[in-house]
Design a protein around this ligand. Structure first.
Ligand code: ATP
Length: 250
């Protein structure tokens, strides 16, 4: 385990106080799919509150519905029943334009494959979402440089994604997710494409930013070693979210 990882674990184990309003409240979510005439009930009353500053792992077997839950949390899909409440606001029935705005202003996304724009530099990739929200070029450049610096990429700002290693690409994607100071990070296997050593470093960087910015994060992962190091673990079981003690995770 790296020194940073040990420091992060120590912070988790001191039992910090979290803000009282959840950044994300999932309230009795229901979602089913039909495959032919067969109905698959993926979410069946899934509920959870995720508070600012918490890194929460989402685990469960393949096909349990983790991606479905992340898509619904990110307002990319609508549930058949239940509510998604972001910072106290019920977003479930919002019109598309309003959902897009909530996503852009309040959320950051990290995917297994970085999805950086190949023709732009690392710096520009982090500036673009800020320019969309109306920051000036100067403000966007400063914020992008600051984030890349805090992720150990100060000497990579002008590199295009293809000129970065897998771990550097993923750290750039994390910086992009944080560019607009979101309240909530949603991450789908953010280290799933990396070798174990690189995955650990990228994960440490992500957790460090969660702890220092106070953003809330729901992180889907198959990697139980990483899940054990988060503040909380939620396991999807039979369409419900079950809280598991991180150190008891098997
Ligand atoms: N659009 C869809 N149409 C039909 N079935 C779907 C659709 N999306 C997901 N499913 C089904 O819902 C179930 C849950 O899928 P989901 O991708 O959410 O699981 P997961 O836990 O993320 O799996 P994995 O760990 O393998 O990525 C699966 O049985 C999947 O086939």
């Amino acid at each position: 385990m790296t020194a940073l990882a040990e420091e992060l674990l120590a912070v988790r184990d001191t039992g910090r106080d979290f803000a009282t309003q959840p950044a994300l409240r999932l309230d009795r979510l229901v979602r089913a799919f039909y495959q032919g005439s067969r109905k698959i009930e993926v979410l069946n009353g899934a509920s959870a509150d995720i508070f600012p500053g918490q890194a929460v792992a989402l685990v469960g077997p393949s096909g349990a519905g983790k991606s479905t839950l992340l898509h619904i949390s990110g307002l990319l899909e609508t549930p058949d029943g239940g509510r998604v409440i972001i910072n106290g606001r019920d977003c479930t029935g919002m019109p598309d334009a309003e959902r897009t705005r909530v996503r852009r202003v309040q959320m950051g996304f990290v995917y297994q494959f970085h999805q950086l724009l190949p023709e732009f530099s690392a710096l520009e990739n982090i500036m673009i979402p800020q320019l969309i929200l109306g920051r000036t070029k100067k403000q966007a450049r400063q914020r992008a440089a600051q984030l890349l610096g805090s992720l150990g990429l100060a000497d990579r700002v002008d590199h295009r994604p293809a000129q970065l290693s897998g771990g550097e690409q993923q750290r750039t994607a994390i910086a992009r997710a944080l560019a607009n100071d979101p309240r909530l990070i949603l991450a789908d296997e953010p280290t799933g494409n990396l070798d174990p050593h690189t995955a650990e470093h990228v994960f440490d960087a992500l957790i460090h930013l969660i702890r220092t910015t106070g953003v809330a994060a729901l992180i889907c992962t198959h990697n139980l070693d990483l899940a054990r190091r988060m503040d909380r673990v939620l396991r999807l079981e039979n369409g419900m979210l079950v809280e598991v003690q991180p150190l008891a995770l098997r």
